[in-house]
Design a protein around this ligand. Structure first.
Ligand code: KG4
Ligand code: ZN
Length: 333
């Protein structure tokens, strides 16, 4: 079975082809650079770029796989959550291809895509496990009981982890999106330079909150000189990053203990973070759990993860029809 995965939920346009063994034939991605000058994503610009790029990316995907549309069995497309204008481009494109070629179509939750991205590279990965999805829009701790069977253990009460990275990066003048820039600068920084607060949510130990941390960085730099900030930028980034990793780690380790599970799967853009991977790598060795994460290009938004989630659902006999709609808000469960 060959599945075409289409992802257009935000500012990436991606089409990918995978087979029933999760082997990737191609994964064409276009990342919009137009938003950098605005310091954040402009929804209308994002959807107009999606319209321009979807067909070329679809062609590129087929060409680099050396396949024709007739070789494909089904189409999986992100139908939410995300920017509605961007989502509608992918959903309508997928519906058009499905109608013209009489292929099956299935709508996929973007978060389920991130969750399934590790299946693409780890043959031995099977539920049950704990999954941490950390992206620009979401921070979710999930008990994956079985394929497609999820229980949300905790989520953010305010900013998502990636959002906190991007806001702090903007504050420090690092541009947008800044997660990767903070990660790079932090490599040469001292994480103990300043102890930023680690917030907990009352009566909900597995919930996350990052807005207080962001405010703490604002307050820290407010009375510092431009020279001081420039000289210590790497240390500030490392200290901020340490607080984020610490908050994510305590919840994950607690969930593994509480549920007596021995597999942790991380996904989403922030899962590309070097310090996070290093921390969890050490913790996995010390505590004896198995750690899974996707390679860097599969952490951020891509069509292959949508194809992976689609494959799992199609193999269970599920599919959508041509009334498939897109939703900006679409809970995982
Ligand atoms: O999953 P994703 O590509 O898009 C959403 O679904 O939101 O995640 C994007 C987020 C951005 O906030 C970006 O700053 C963050 O992932 N990110 C990182 C790194 N690479 C991307 N955050 C920390 N360290 C990184 N290396
Ligand atoms: Zn995403």
């Amino acid at each position: 079975m060959i599945v075409l995965g289409i992802e257009t939920s935000c500012d990436e346009t991606s089409c990918a082809l995978i087979d029933e063994r999760f082997r990737i034939f191609s994964n064409a991605i276009y990342s919009q650079l137009e938003h950098e000058k605005y310091g954040g994503i402009v929804p209308e610009v994002a959807s107009r770029q999606q319209i321009k790029k979807i067909y070329p990316i679809y062609r590129e995907c087929l060409k680099s796989a050396g396949l024709a549309i007739d070789d494909i069995d089904a189409i999986a497309v992100t139908c939410g959550p995300g920017l509605i204008g961007s989502l509608l481009v992918g959903v309508n494109f997928a519906k058009g291809v499905a109608y013209a070629t009489k292929k099956k179509i299935i709508g996929i939750n973007h978060l389920e895509g991130h969750l399934c991205s590790s299946f693409l590279e780890h043959d031995d990965l099977k539920p049950p496990f704990i999954s941490l999805i950390i992206s620009g829009g979401h921070t979710l701790l999930i008990h994956v009981k079985d394929y497609c069977e999820y229980e949300i253990l905790g989520q953010t009460r305010d900013d998502a982890a990636g959002e906190a990275y991007d806001k702090v990066a903007k504050l420090l003048g690092l541009g947008y999106p800044g997660g990767r820039k903070i990660d790079e600068l932090a490599r040469s920084g001292n994480p103990k330079f300043h102890k930023f607060p680690r917030a907990t949510v009352r009566k909900d130990p597995l919930a996350f909150s990052f807005s207080g941390l962001k405010t703490a960085v604002v307050l820290f730099v407010r009375d510092k000189t431009t020279e001081f900030i420039a000289e210590n930028l790497n240390h500030i980034c490392a200290s901020f990053q340490e607080a984020v990793v610490d908050m994510l780690a305590t919840r994950c380790l607690r969930a593994l203990d509480d549920l007596k599970l021995d597999k942790l799967v991380i996904g989403g853009g922030v899962a590309a973070n070097r310090r996070l991977r290093e921390f969890f790598g050490d913790a996995a060795k010390q505590r004896g759990f198995k750690l899974y994460y996707p390679s860097l290009e599969l952490c951020t938004d891509n069509g292959a993860m949508i194809a992976a989630a689609g494959l799992i659902r199609l193999q269970r006999g599920e599919s959508s029809d041509l009334t498939l709609d897109a939703s900006a808000q679409l809970p995982l469960v």
